[in-house]
Design a protein around this ligand. Structure first.
Ligand SMILES: Cc1cc2nc3c(=O)[nH]c(=O)nc-3n(C[C@H](O)[C@H](O)[C@H](O)COP(=O)(O)O)c2cc1C
Length: 173
């Protein structure tokens, strides 16, 4: 599949879309800390909310802990289509993953397999009601426009410095 990209001149070019999850996606997910999960109900009404307890488990699956996500769970039962994005807010880069989701409950035999990496993150204080198991069908990069509009002056280091200022974060001495 080809995806459009905005070039420096504003002209759209095409580049291949990745369809599986790689170690690069996994590293970015870890740097991102949070992801945003978008679901929709049977009528197509969108719903999006942040999830911190998520993990890329293999080259096609992402798992998200349902700790306090009733609308996401309800929507997934009505409509399996989801979109999950995560961005390293300092480097201002990330990925958008399109896919289909299942809501796997603790009574199901496969629950232990999918919940394992999430339980390691959540610990005992945040019980996992179910696991949203997302099978990725497409992955697209998300990148701040500066990287493409002003490539000669935009680096990860310059974006990070700008983001630290914008968020009022001081580096440890
Ligand atoms: C920073 C942050 C991290 C969160 N992480 C999770 C999470 O990993 N799992 C979860 O179920 N809820 C998490 N939540 C809570 C849900 O986002 C929140 O309960 C939301 O209203 C659920 O909406 P939903 O029912 O539309 O999914 C988090 C909230 C915040 C602000």
């Amino acid at each position: 599949m080809l995806m459009p990209l905005l070039s420096m001149s504003g002209v759209f070019t095409l580049e291949p879309m990745q369809s599986t999850l790689t170690s690069e996606h996994k590293a970015m997910a870890q740097r991102s800390v949070l992801c945003w999960l978008a679901t929709a109900n049977a009528q197509g009404q969108p719903n999006v909310s942040p999830k911190e307890v998520f993990a890329l488990v293999d080259d096609e699956h992402i798992v998200v802990a349902n700790i306090a996500s009733p609308t996401s769970a309800k929507n997934i039962h009505a409509n399996a289509q989801v979109c999950l994005s995560f961005v390293d807010v300092f480097a201002q880069k990330g990925y958008k993953v399109l896919g289909t989701a299942r809501d796997v409950r603790p009574t199901e035999a496969e629950f232990a397999h999918w919940a394992k990496p999430l339980q390691a993150m959540a610990g005992d204080r945040f019980p996992i009601r179910s696991v949203f198991v997302i099978r990725a069908t497409a992955v697209e990069p998300i990148i701040a426009p500066s990287y493409r509009l002003y490539p000669s002056e935009t680096t990860e280091a310059s974006q990070t410095e700008a983001a630290l200022r914008a968020y009022g974060v001081k580096r440890p001495a």
